[in-house]
Design a protein around this ligand. Structure first.
Ligand code: TRP
Length: 321
């Protein structure tokens, strides 16, 4: 059976797009697919960061995954920093990665533009991401458009290593989240809802209180057409609201006579989805020792295979055992 690895970077607050696009698909497929849920806390080191914030964000992501229904007995939840084979494989993969190909990554170019110094780890970030994937022999990796190029690099490194040093890695495939789960920014519906947009007005945080969610949705940008139609080209805001409704309820939205009526129904649907997660999260957040134990168990579960991958890689590339 193909193993799937879903990664979450613990920077910023998780939002509805993360839940619908990555977390719920993971939960829904748990019975049929072997998955690992990985929190990329090492990747959070690539930009200027506040250590205590990264630590609490890591625990928050783990708690939200549990609250959303990830069953840790089926799906190990790990932090990449806690499984040392990730960093060991990272170095070995750097030895088949080119400086030029890393420097060409769009995300690196965007984040390194300007005069501010950037961390060397920002350049090698996609090589670490490749290690995250390859160390677990993951055959499937759900990625949004923004991570496509990084996944292509992981495929290229695996293929190159296998060609040069012998069959060592599974070459991973990207899996696209369903288009219904492409949740756009509520303040600017032409861009994806993202943790990194400066304004919070476009985001619905998974742990936002109900009043804030109601306010955010009521202020969502629409248009002056005045008719509720699913027409992403001409009515991106309205279409996004319909998409959110569809994704939250799993049903085709009915007809609406006004934008206000649509927004009211979207608010109810989002609240119905988030309320139980919020409640369960509040219980879990009270017990950080339990979250840490879940991460420790996840690590223990995945480690033997990660160690086997590293052993194989070391032998292939010419290191002593
Ligand atoms: N770079 C990914 C992001 O920003 C997070 C990530 C790190 C990841 N390692 C991964 C995703 C491995 C998938 C597989 O979203």
């Amino acid at each position: 059976m193909t193993r799937r690895l879903t990664g979450f970077q613990p920077t910023g607050r998780l939002h509805l797009g993360n839940l619908l696009g990555a977390m719920l698909p993971l939960v829904d497929d748990q019975a049929s697919t072997e998955s690992i849920a990985m929190i990329a806390d090492l990747h959070a080191m690539t930009m200027d960061h506040d250590p205590s914030q990264v630590r609490s964000a890591t625990l928050e992501v783990a708690a939200v995954l549990l609250a959303a229904g990830v069953d840790p007995d089926r799906t190990p939840i790990i932090a990449n920093s806690q499984v040392p084979e990730h960093t060991e494989l990272h170095y070995l993969l750097e030895c088949v990665a080119g400086f030029g190909e890393a420097a060409r990554m769009i995300q690196f170019k965007e984040k390194s533009a300007g005069d501010r110094p950037v961390r060397l780890s920002l350049l090698t970030y996609p090589v670490l991401m490749a290690a995250d994937i390859l160390v677990h022999d993951a055959g499937q990796v759900p990625v949004g458009d923004d991570q496509n190029q990084h996944l292509e690099l992981a495929r290229a490194l695996a293929t190159r290593f296998n060609g040069r040093y012998g069959e060592t890695f599974t070459v991973p495939d990207g899996v696209r989240p369903e288009s219904a789960a492409r949740i756009m920014d509520l303040a600017d519906p032409t861009r994806k809802m993202s943790k990194s947009t400066p304004s919070a007005a476009g985001r619905i945080g998974l742990l936002d209180p109900p009043e804030l969610i109601r306010k955010t949705i009521s202020r969502a940008v629409t248009d002056t057409v005045g008719v509720v139609r699913d027409d992403p080209q001409n009515q991106p805001g309205v279409s996004n609201l319909l998409g959110i409704l569809r994704a939250c309820t799993g049903k085709e939205p009915g007809d609406f006579t006004s934008y206000g009526a649509l927004k009211a129904e979207v608010t109810d649907a989002v609240e119905a989805l988030l309320a139980p997660i919020r409640t369960r999260y509040a219980e879990l957040a009270d017990d950080p020792a339990y979250i840490r134990q879940i991460l420790a168990e996840g690590k223990a579960r995945v480690r033997p295979r990660a160690q086997a991958t590293v052993r194989r890689t070391r032998a292939a590339i010419g290191l002593l055992d």
